[in-house]
Write a protein that binds this ligand. Structure first.
Ligand SMILES: *[C@@H]1O[C@H](CO)[C@@H](O)[C@H](O)[C@H]1NC(C)=O
Ligand SMILES: *[C@@H]1O[C@H](CO)[C@@H](O)[C@H](O)[C@H]1NC(C)=O
Ligand SMILES: *[C@@H]1O[C@H](CO)[C@@H](O)[C@H](O)[C@H]1NC(C)=O
Ligand SMILES: *[C@@H]1O[C@H](CO)[C@@H](O)[C@H](O)[C@H]1NC(C)=O
Ligand SMILES: *[C@@H]1O[C@H](CO)[C@@H](O)[C@H](O)[C@H]1NC(C)=O
Ligand SMILES: *[C@@H]1O[C@H](CO)[C@@H](O)[C@H](O)[C@H]1NC(C)=O
Ligand SMILES: *[C@@H]1O[C@H](CO)[C@@H](O)[C@H](O)[C@H]1NC(C)=O
Ligand SMILES: *[C@@H]1O[C@H](CO)[C@@H](O)[C@H](O)[C@H]1NC(C)=O
Length: 620
C-alpha cells in the first residue's frame, strides 16, 4: 500500500506539469448485447496493406530478401493471431504481362509495348521470381492479386489466364484469396485504356468476358469456385455508373456459367483521405488529426458499404492512405498520422469494412514500411509512426481471440475545442466489454513544454475494484518522426532486425475502477490509449486464427501464440506515474530520399503514379 501511495503522489507531481482539462466522460455498454451499433467480428487480416506491383521487389527484396520488412509484417501476424491481408495491385497491375521464361528479380520494360493506354497496357513484363518474392510475406497471408483488365490486344485472354494460373501454381507460403479485376476502371477513359463509350455496364461485360475464361480454364480445373474475383476497384464511384447498385443492375452478380455462385467474392473500392492535386482544401497535420474530417470524407462510402451488405458480400477498402499518391512531409510521416491511422482502423471497423489496405509505394512518405539501402545485402527497412497504429490495432484484434467487435462510443463533457479531435471506441470480445480506445488528436508539438491532457471518467459500474491496463500510443509530439512507442515497445532499433524492443521502464500503466464505478484515464493531446479490463494487451496468449480474411474467423482453431515481448513485463504492471515511457530515438533510421538512380522501382512506375494521380476523381 505504501508504495502504491508513493506512486500516486508521483503521478500528481507529473500531472502538475501539464494543463489538465475538466474530465470528459464515457459510459460504454456493459455487454455486446447491450451495445448499439456494434460491428461484425474484426478478423486478424483487417489491418492490411496494398503493394504497388512495380514496387514489389522494393518491399520484399530482390535476389536477397528484405528480411527486416518481412519481420515488420510478421510482428503484426503474431499480434493479431493471423497475417494481414495483402493486395498486390495498383495502377501498374494494368500494365503487366506474364512471361514464365523471364527469370530475373526485376520487372522488365517491354520494348515493343503496343497495348492501348497513355502508358501501354502491356508495358511491363513479370516472371516467376515475382512469386518467389511474394512468397516471403508471412505464412498464409491472404493475397488479393490484381489481374490486367486494361489490356485488350489479340492475346488478352491468354495473358489473363497465364497470370491467374501462375499466381495459383507458384504461391505456396501465402494463400491466394482473390483476384482483383483491373485497377480503377472508372478512370479508364482518362488514362486511355478505353475509348468511346465506357461505363459501368461495359465494365461488367469486360469483367465477365475475362472471369468466365479464368473460371473455366484456371479455377474450375483446380477445384476452386467461380466467386474468386473482386470488383470494381474504383478510385471513386461518386457520380459515376460504377456504384455497387449500378453494377448489380448491370449483372455483375449473375451466376457464373456452370456454377451456383457469381464471379464476385467481395466488393473492393479505393479511397484516400487526401490526394495531392485532386483534393482542393489546404492540407495540414491539424486537418488530418481533426478526426471529424475523416467522418465527413467517408460519409459517401457508408452508402456503398450498406449496398455491399444488402448483397451479403464483404466490403473491403483495398487502397487507402492518409495522403496520396506519395504522402507529404510533416504530415503523413509524423506521429500525428499514427493517431489518424488508429482512428481510421477503428472507424472503418465500426462501419463493417472487412479489411483496409494501406497502399505501399516505395517513394511515398505515407508508406508505413519504408525500404532502404536496397543495394545492401540484405536490404533494410524502417517503420514509420503509422506502423504503431497497426501494432495497436492488431494487439487489440489478437486479444479479442477472433470475436472482437467495435463500436464508436460518444464522449460527453468534452472541453471546448476538443469535439472534432477526440474519438472513443468500445471493443467487445466473447460478448463482454474488453477494451476502450481513446484518441486525442488535438495537436501538441514536441517543442511545447506544457501540453494539454484530457482526462476521461470511464463509467464501469459492473467492474468496481477491477484494473484497467493502459497501453499508450505516444511520442514526444504530433510533429515528430522518431520515438513513437505503443505499449512500451519500439521498433526503431535496427539491430533487432525489425523485432519489438521494450523501452522505458517496461511497465504498463494501470488504473483501478473505484467503488463509485469510475476510473480516470489521462490522455495527453496528441496521444491515444487502449484501456483493457483485467489484463494488459499483448500479455495474454491469443488464439492463432491463421489465415482468416473473412470477418468471422474460426475460433475453434487451436494453436496459441504468445503475443509480444511485453508479456514479460506485464506481470510487473503496476500503477505508475503518468506520462509516456521514454524512448530513445534511433539515429540509424533516417529516411533518405534516394536521389540518384533508383534500383528496384521502375522509373516508369513513378511516372505512372504521378501521371494518373492527377486524373483521379474524388469528391473533394
Ligand atoms: C455491421 O454488422 C453487424 C453484424 O452483422 C450488424 O449488426 C451491424 O448493424 C452492422 N453495422 C453497420 C454500420 O452496418
Ligand atoms: C455458358 O456455357 C455454354 C455451354 O458451354 C455456352 O454455350 C455459353 O455461351 C456460355 N455462356 C456464357 C455467358 O459464358
Ligand atoms: C501537383 O501539381 C504541381 C503543379 O502542377 C506539380 O508540380 C506537382 O508535381 C503535382 N504533384 C503531384 C503529386 O501530382
Ligand atoms: C454520437 O454522436 C453523433 C453526432 O455527433 C450521433 O450521430 C451518433 O448517433 C451518436 N452515437 C451514439 C451511439 O449515441
Ligand atoms: C467466453 O465467456 C464465457 C462466459 O463468460 C466463458 O465461459 C468462456 O470461456 C469464454 N470463452 C473464451 C474463448 O474466452
Ligand atoms: C505545431 O506544428 C505545426 C506544424 O505541424 C504548426 O503549424 C503549429 O503552429 C505548431 N503549434 C505550436 C503550438 O507550436
Ligand atoms: C483469449 O484466449 C486465451 C487463450 O485461450 C485466454 O487466455 C484469454 O483469456 C482469451 N481472451 C479473452 C479476452 O477472452
Ligand atoms: C529522426 O528521424 C529523422 C527522419 O527519419 C532523421 O533524419 C533523424 O536523424 C532522426 N533523429 C534522431 C535523433 O534519430
Amino acid at each position: 500500500m505504501a508504495s502504491l501511495l508513493l506512486l500516486t503522489l508521483l503521478a500528481v507531481v507529473a500531472e502538475a506539469q501539464t494543463t489538465t482539462n475538466s474530465a470528459a466522460a464515457i459510459t460504454p455498454a456493459a455487454s455486446s448485447s447491450q451495445a448499439s451499433g456494434l460491428s461484425q467480428n474484426v478478423g486478424p487480416s483487417f489491418a492490411g496493406f496494398g503493394i504497388e506491383p512495380s514496387n514489389l521487389y522494393s518491399f520484399t527484396g530482390g535476389a536477397s530478401a528484405n528480411k527486416m520488412a518481412m519481420q515488420f509484417f510478421q510482428n503484426l501476424a503474431d499480434y493479431a493471431g493471423g497475417p494481414p491481408q495483402f493486395r498486390i495491385g495498383g495502377n501498374t497491375a494494368d500494365y503487366m504481362m506474364y512471361d514464365a521464361s523471364y527469370k530475373d528479380f526485376w520487372i522488365q520494360s517491354n520494348p515493343n509495348a503496343d497495348g492501348q493506354g497513355a502508358i501501354a497496357s502491356n508495358s511491363l513484363t513479370f516472371g516467376a521470381s515475382y512469386f518467389e518474392a511474394i512468397d516471403r510475406l508471412p505464412k498464409d497471408s491472404p493475397i488479393t492479386f490484381g489481374l490486367n483488365l486494361a489490356y485488350q490486344g489479340p492475346n488478352y485472354v491468354q495473358n489473363i489466364v497465364d497470370e491467374a494460373s501462375a499466381v495459383l501454381d507458384n504461391l505456396k507460403n501465402v494463400k491466394v484469396f482473390s483476384f482483383e479485376m483491373g485497377n480503377e476502371p472508372d478512370l479508364y477513359l482518362e488514362n486511355g485504356f478505353r475509348t468511346g463509350s465506357w461505363d459501368g455496364a461495359q465494365y461488367v461485360k469486360d469483367f465477365k468476358a475475362r472471369a468466365v475464361e479464368v473460371y473455366q480454364q484456371v479455377l474450375d480445373p483446380r477445384g476452386l469456385s467461380s466467386n474468386f474475383f473482386e470488383g470494381p476497384a474504383t478510385a471513386s464511384s461518386i457520380g459515376t455508373t460504377f456504384t455497387i447498385a449500378d453494377l448489380v443492375q448491370d449483372g455483375i452478380l449473375q451466376k457464373a456459367n456452370g456454377s451456383d455462385e457469381s464471379y464476385v467474392a467481395t466488393w473492393d473500392q479505393h479511397d484516400y483521405f487526401y490526394f495531392v492535386n485532386v483534393s482542393t482544401q489546404p492540407i495540414t497535420l491539424d486537418y488530418l488529426t481533426q478526426l471529424s474530417n475523416t467522418e465527413d470524407q467517408f460519409a459517401y462510402w457508408k452508402a456503398e458499404i450498406a449496398s455491399s451488405a444488402q448483397y451479403e458480400l464483404p466490403y473491403n477498402l483495398r487502397e487507402m492512405q492518409s495522403i496520396g499518391p506519395t504522402g507529404l512531409d510533416g504530415i503523413s510521416n509524423v506521429f500525428g498520422a499514427a493517431l489518424w491511422q488508429l482512428n481510421f482502423f477503428c472507424f472503418a471497423a465500426s462501419l463493417n469494412v472487412t479489411s483496409v489496405g494501406m497502399h505501399l509505394v516505395d517513394v511515398s512518405l505515407a508508406s508505413t514500411i519504408q525500404p532502404t539501402d536496397e543495394q545492401s545485402n540484405p536490404p533494410k527497412a524502417f517503420a514509420r509512426p503509422t506502423y504503431y497504429a497497426y501494432v495497436a490495432m492488431d494487439q487489440l484484434i489478437g486479444a479479442g481471440n477472433g470475436s472482437l467487435q467495435i463500436t464508436a462510443t460518444n464522449a460527453t463533457n468534452l472541453p471546448n475545442g476538443y469535439q472534432n479531435y477526440v474519438r472513443t471506441y468500445s471493443a467487445y470480445s466473447n460478448d463482454s466489454l474488453m477494451s476502450l480506445v481513446f484518441i486525442n488528436g488535438k495537436q501538441a508539438n514536441a517543442s511545447e513544454s506544457s501540453k494539454g491532457t484530457l482526462t476521461f471518467d470511464v463509467h464501469l459500474p459492473n467492474h468496481k475494484g477491477k484494473t484497467l491496463f493502459l497501453s499508450y500510443l505516444t511520442a514526444d509530439g504530433a510533429d515528430v518522426q522518431n520515438g513513437t512507442t505503443f505499449n512500451g515497445v519500439s521498433f526503431e532499433d535496427a539491430s533487432t532486425g525489425g523485432k519489438p524492443k521494450s523501452v522505458g521502464d517496461g511497465k504498463i500503466q494501470s488504473v483501478t475502477v473505484g467503488q463509485d464505478g469510475v476510473a480516470s484515464v489521462p490522455v495527453r493531446d496528441s496521444e491515444a490509449v487502449i484501456a483493457t479490463l483485467n489484463f494488459a494487451l499483448g500479455s495474454e496468449p491469443i488464439h492463432d486464427a491463421g489465415s482468416q480474411p473473412s470477418s468471422s474467423p474460426d475460433s475453434s482453431s487451436a494453436s496459441v501464440t504468445l503475443a509480444t515481448t511485453v508479456a514479460t513485463t506485464a506481470a510487473a504492471a503496476a500503477t505508475s506515474s503518468s506520462g509516456a515511457p521514454g524512448a530513445s530515438p534511433s539515429s540509424s533510421e533516417a529516411f533518405g530520399r534516394r536521389s540518384g538512380s533508383l534500383s528496384f522501382p521502375l522509373r516508369l512506375a513513378l511516372v505512372a503514379v504521378f501521371t494518373y494521380s492527377i486524373m483521379k476523381v474524388f469528391s473533394r
